[in-house]
Design a protein around this ligand. Sequence first.
Ligand code: T3D
Length: 261
Amino acid sequence: MEQSILTQDHGTWCEITLNRPDRLNAFNDEMHLALRAALEEARDSGKRALLLTGAGRGFCAGQDLSARDPDAAGGPVDLGYTVRTFYAPLVNLIRALEFPVVCAVNGVAAGAGANLSLAADIVLASQSAKFIQSFAKVGLIPDTAGSYHLPRLLGEARAKALALTGEPLSAEQAADWGLIWKCVADDVLMEEARALTAKLADGPTLGLGLTKSLIQTSGAYTLAEQLEREADAMKTCGESADYAEGVRAFLEKRQPAFRGE
Ligand code: T3D
């Protein structure tokens, strides 16, 4: 059987591909566990950046609905359980990684697939990709942190309209609205995403990880508290080898050689 998750090791960074293309990379339990294991492996093996993408013409169509056939299940499936067991941990894991996560949305991203992409730190999408909050079409709510990220990234009006109608949002519009970082031509998506991930992997990982954490948690703090948190993080960065290297490189008019320390 084909592996549902493929991992390519690029030394300081890795590329993880959702690989159930005949189902537009929809999630079954096996793919959930394999993705979690791949993310944990990246976290525990000293990687300094990660790229997430999908195989074939889609990025991810969310939950595999063939595993949710109400006539075959003999009663309602406890979706609170499946969200807590499978989807929420993925978001928490990606957000907690202490290095940048890039997502290359190579085609349609629907339901939990759309919201999984938004959990990444930088999202690039190909021109032919689209984002669909398809939950409303099957009587669900935007999970996988959709109800958290959509209003924060888009504001309430656009978040509600996308979630309530389930209308597709083009990659171009997603970039114009600030839902994602960039929309790029289909044929250069992976080249650009890999170059960006490799560049981030060569960066000052400690500082990049702290930057990620400070930005994604800032909403929970007052200005005064956040200024304190910045001071703490700056102290940590100021004691790092990468900061010393960055300043030395600037003074010597050369490119820094960061080691992620
Ligand atoms: O645990 C829990 O259940 C709770 C968590 C839920 C989270 C969720 O994600 S709920 C939302 C689930 N996802 C959807 O509702 C999206 C369903 N898919 C679609 O609406 C469409 O497929 C797309 C708009 C994404 C793409 O449309 P299109 O026309 O480009 O492709 P297609 O022909 O519909 O799909 C291609 C194949 O993939 C097709 O199979 P076939 O006919 O070639 O054998 C289709 O059935 C299959 N596929 C697409 N999405 C899913 C799927 N199979 C199973 N589950 C899917 N989600």
